[in-house]
Design a protein around this ligand. Structure first.
Ligand code: HEC
Ligand code: HEC
Ligand code: HEC
Ligand code: HEC
Length: 215
């Protein structure tokens, strides 16, 4: 399976029901196979480059956001004032710190999501590079399956219902897509400036265009 870590677990398959289970090789090891669509779960991460060829404008404008480079912030000497203000150590390297990576990378701790590469493992390093920072899939959900549907939609120029994509891992865009990370668990969270989805969703993630093929 492209991009994902294909794994099969007997434990999980009993949960799915064996009749269904035989062909399933993408079940997330720690996930619940009955999880509602769009919560991650059984889909894996492919990285923002996989979206670029069809969403060039979104990709270009996303690349300019701080979110796209959120892993840089974890390096020593970066965002020094903010770190001082919130009692973080500006000289410390936080790029391997699980308690930071959860929100400063894409899909950390999930199937096919960001993982700290072992020294000398070039393949893992390449994968990590694709998923460093807050990528498309941090907000839109892991793309391994819905990208295949988009390829079909693109090729056939057919109309689609978005529900079709939701059941393949695309996340519904609501406040929860942001407050997964924009919450009081982040060390720089300022209770005086709570996250305002309606205000922040439109300009800040990337440039958006009208959808023509969606029903
Ligand atoms: C629960 C999610 C979450 C976790 C965990 C988290 N962050 Fe963040 N971080 C954010 C969000 C969201 C922002 C931007 C808005 C804000 O500050 O609330 C941010 C912003 C920052 C900033 C400010 C960047 C700037 O450009 O001003 C720094 C520095 C930072 N984080 C460091 C860390 C470090 C170091 C850790 C681990 C010890 C960490 N964060 C863990 C979500 C998180
Ligand atoms: C995977 C975690 C995560 C999710 C999901 C997330 N953010 Fe963020 N966001 C961050 C982090 C981390 C930062 C701080 C980036 C930095 O400076 O290092 C940030 C920063 C921002 C900023 C500051 C400016 C900038 O250029 O990036 C805005 C605005 C923002 N987020 C909006 C949103 C909106 C809107 C959503 C939902 C549609 C969202 N975020 C979803 C983690 C997340
Ligand atoms: C921080 C969260 C966040 C990130 C990261 C993000 N998006 Fe979005 N995306 C949104 C929001 C919010 C909308 C608007 C949804 C709405 O208004 O209903 C959106 C809408 C879209 C749309 C539909 C509108 C259009 O422009 O066609 C596409 C396609 C899209 N995003 C692709 C991407 C791609 C590709 C990336 C990565 C290069 C990406 N997104 C990264 C939050 C995000
Ligand atoms: C082969 C081309 C292709 C690829 C690759 C692709 N998309 Fe799309 N995507 C499309 C098409 C076509 C549409 C429908 C556009 C329209 O209706 O105008 C779309 C629509 C979307 C929408 C809007 C869904 C809705 O109806 O609300 C989002 C979000 C989105 N894509 C995100 C992504 C992300 C994230 C990736 C990478 C993980 C990605 N796409 C990869 C072709 C693609």
């Amino acid at each position: 399976m492209k991009g994902g870590v294909a794994r099969r677990t007997t434990v999980l398959l009993t949960g799915v029901g064996l009749s269904l289970g035989i062909g399933i090789s993408w079940a997330r090891v720690s996930g619940d196979p009955g999880e509602p669509a769009g919560k991650g779960g059984k889909f894996s991460y492919v990285g923002a480059t996989a979206c670029k060829k069809c969403h060039l404008k979104e990709h270009k404008s996303w690349e300019k956001t701080k979110m796209a480079h959120a892993i840089e912030t974890l390096k020593p000497g970066q965002a020094v004032e903010m770190k001082k203000k919130f009692k973080l150590d500006p000289e410390k390297d936080y790029t391997q710190d699980a308690s930071c990576l959860a929100c400063h990378t894409t899909g950390y701790g999930e199937e096919g999501g960001y993982a700290v590469p072992a020294a000398g493992d070039d393949k893992a390093a390449k994968k990590a590079e694709k998923l460093a920072g807050v990528g498309c899939e941090s907000c839109h959900g892991p793309g391994s399956e819905y990208v295949k549907i988009f390829e079909d939609i693109q090729k056939t120029e057919r109309k689609y219902k978005v529900e079709e994509l939701y059941s393949a891992g695309l996340k519904k865009m609501d406040a929860g897509a942001c407050t997964n990370c924009h919450n009081d668990k982040g060390p720089t969270f300022d209770p005086a400036k709570p996250f305002d989805f309606e205000k922040q969703k439109t300009q800040d993630a990337h440039e958006v265009q009208p959808l023509k093929q969606r029903e």
